[in-house]
Design a protein around this ligand. Sequence first.
Ligand code: 9MR
Length: 347
Amino acid sequence: MRIVFGLQVFILILFVYPANAQKGYIRNNISYPLGASVDGKLLLNNAVYRNLVAAEFNSITAENDMKMYRIHPEENRYDFTMGDSIVAFAKRNNMRVHGHTLVWFSGMPDWLKQFKGSNLKFEEQVKHHIQTVVSHYKGKIASWDVVNEYLAHESDSVRTCILQEKMGDDYLAKCFQWAHEADPDALLIYNEYGMEWSEKKLQGIIRIAMDFKKRKIPIDGLGVQFHLKIFNSNDTIVRVLRELSKTGLKIHISEFDMMVNVGENRKNVYTDSLKKVQQEKFVFVFNAYQKEVPDAQKYGITFWNVGDKDTWLRPTYKMIEWPLLFDDDYQRKAAYYAVLESLRSKK
Ligand code: 9MR
């Protein structure tokens, strides 16, 4: 009798414990992938970082290692070393890879910025770049940010940049077509920032999406970067997700983080009250994504790197920031648990 009872308890522990342990991760409480952008070198050299990424996320993006200036540093030389290493890591850990980014005005190598040939030759270079990179990762990378930040700041018109000067305003459509030719199975995404600040920009993105559909330009999704600040309006966050979803395209929150050290709060101190506001807004964004984006259109939520220590905001703005769910020691912050609890309570 006692043995049978012991066996029952054992079996119960065997099944219930792992199931509960699984629920202790955000990724296991959502129906869409949870992603992070990663630094290839950190992934190779830091085991704590590596293990954390493997445990917490099921989608990854290279923060910089697949950008044109890294992957195509000279006209006749591609360097896939770091990109390949990220893809291999993802494969070992059953993760999706989202490619970032084929074309970006700000991510171009010097040789192309200083290109002396004709406009047609410039265009051929861009086409060659896109098709070489997409072909290299065919079947390994599920989706690409084909063009990043096509529209001008807080505007609905095309950004003036070397790509637009040499290839014309419609360079966006050309890039999508070239990427599609190289891998018809890869999902193609147009990634943008700032629609949470600018209604004009939001409308510009929607106009492009609808125009592409009409012209049968192969586009599958929209990337909403969401580099938020704690005082971004919740109503606007909802509106952005709702309006973009109406295009029918997949919606990827693609570069999520949240600045706290801003405006009148800029005191370089991460106070309890700031932590609380930040944590509530993280919860809000997860809930808004769940509610506003139809399931079939949820491409995922991707954080822009993993722990506060490695955020781009610190070197870029030369100040301390704490914009992520993990702290400087790669430990879960209270915000992580707040999101987790909120997701679990809604199940
Ligand atoms: O986080 C990235 C930072 O490490 C790089 O120095 C920078 C320039 O390549 O790009 C940052 O990532 C950007 C992303 O690629 C596109 N959207 C804005 C991001 C923050 O600048």
